[in-house]
Design a protein around this ligand. Structure first.
Ligand SMILES: [Zn+2]
Length: 194
């Protein structure tokens, strides 16, 4: 966090034009570290912008965390050198994978290896033609090992290979128009709209 009266230096410093990077404290990354090691003037200019000397030392030492101000939310004091943020709170936030990657955190794998192998095996069985079939009134449905639910009702021009791809409201309105579809969903273990 900047301190009141802190002197940052010029906003655009032409000395660093060839570095392709102006000294900025908001994201202390590896690129800035290399510039600091190679160019003392760059290091001096960046130092002015980093208000916490402990964070600065951690950055120069290549340490990802440092002990900083206590976080008012979680009461921990471990902060990320990169942006000074509270690491505990950052992980606790329900961020999307993409946001985590942008913040420099590798997201957790969505699936375990066992889960991945299980899905591969299900895909193989699906390709081999394995499925359960259900018929009710004008409707016919197939449920595949991957969970994909295909529905056909030629009389009313429905032929959908993967019902889960339809937006929820569309499924709800189809259920209103075609009560048999409720039976199909119930059979497939879906939650059935009221
Ligand atoms: Zn926190």
């Amino acid at each position: 966090m900047p301190k009141l009266g802190q002197q940052y230096g010029r906003r655009h410093d032409s000395r660093f034009a060839l570095h392709g990077r102006q000294p900025r404290a908001s994201k202390l990354d590896r690129r800035q570290l290399i510039l600091c090691r190679n160019d003392p003037a760059y290091a001096a200019a960046l130092r002015l912008r980093v208000s916490d000397p402990v964070r600065w030392e951690a950055f120069l030492g290549g340490r990802p965390h440092y002990e900083g101000k206590v976080c008012p939310k979680c009461c921990r004091s471990s902060r990320r050198t990169r942006d000074g943020s509270c690491y505990v709170c950052l992980l606790a936030k329900n961020r999307s994978d993409w946001e985590q990657i942008q913040a420099g955190i590798m997201p957790k794998a969505g699936r375990s290896r066992a889960g991945y192998l299980d899905m591969q095996e299900r895909s193989r069985r699906e390709r081999a033609g394995e499925c359960l079939t259900f018929s009710v009134g004008r409707f016919t449905a197939q449920q595949y090992p991957t969970g994909r639910l295909a529905v056909q009702a030629p009389e009313v021009h429905i032929d959908n290979p993967d019902l889960s791809k339809l937006p929820g409201p569309t499924v709800v309105s189809l259920c209103r128009r075609f009560p048999e579809l409720r039976d199909v969903l119930r059979w497939a273990g879906w939650s059935v709209p009221a």
